[in-house]
Design a protein around this ligand. Structure first.
Ligand code: ADE
Length: 225
């Protein structure tokens, strides 16, 4: 089944290029995902297709108005849609959420710009997502991150073994990998990897992944029993 993704944003050019390249590009070409990028101004107000205004109560910057977002969602929503607002105050985007989104049939990603969104926009969507604890100038790069992480999980998108084995699915960081040359600037390759002993390789990788996670990202490990 094809995942349909509708992205509503103010700078479609920020998405068109990246989504035509590499794995996302191939996923689209092969019809695994149907990604459409819409300019929010299409639903803007008045002759100038305005989408923002000054904040009530005063203060710097502009605020995204609710009507253009509501009109976009009215036009795009289906019974099976999940509408998502990209926002630094949203749920932090993690692999488990990417896996959930990859099972859906229709995603609508709303990317605000400007200094903020009218609070009433939050009621129009099903979920708010943040890609991390930093502030971007707009939601477009965040939408790219979400689309990349989700579409690569679609059945047939990439070699299934790589998605199953990889770090965050198992809740661990990736184990160390090596390729040729056997010696590089004085550093060799762990003997076990050239031993041809598959079970030993499997065990070494598991232990190395746990060790690396303990050192670098102990927050990912389950609490000690
Ligand atoms: N918009 C601005 N910053 C963001 C973030 N960190 N995640 C998602 N959307 C954003």
């Amino acid at each position: 089944m094809t995942l349909q993704v509708d992205v509503v944003c103010l700078f479609p050019g920020m998405l068109e290029g990246p989504l035509s390249e590499s794995i996302p590009g191939r996923i689209r070409e092969r019809g695994l995902a149907d990604i459409r990028i819409h300019d929010l101004r299409k639903w803007g107000l008045g002759r100038h297709r305005s989408v923002d205004d000054t904040p009530y109560g005063g203060g710097a910057g502009m605020v995204l108005r609710p009507e253009p977002v509501a009109a976009a969602l009215d036009a795009l929503r289906r019974p099976d849609s999940m509408a998502i607002l990209l926002d630094p105050g949203g749920e932090v985007f993690r692999q488990a959420r990417a896996e959930d989104l990859a099972t859906r049939s229709h995603l609508i990603l709303v990317c605000p710009r400007y200094e903020g969104v009218d609070e009433r926009i939050r009621d129009l969507v099903d979920l708010e997502l943040s890609i991390g604890d930093y502030v971007l100038s707009g939601g477009e790069p965040a939408a790219l991150v979400v689309i990349d992480a989700v579409t690569r999980l679609l059945p047939g998108a990439i070699d299934d073994a790589s998605t199953v084995e990889e770090s965050f699915s198992a809740g661990l960081l990736e184990y160390p990998q090596y390729t040729r040359p056997a010696e590089f600037r004085g550093q060799g390759v762990p003997d076990v990897l050239v031993s041809g002993h598959h079970e030993a390789v499997r065990r070494w990788r598991r232990e190395a992944a746990v060790e690396r996670t303990r050192r670098r990202r102990p927050d990912l490990l389950p609490p000690e029993a």
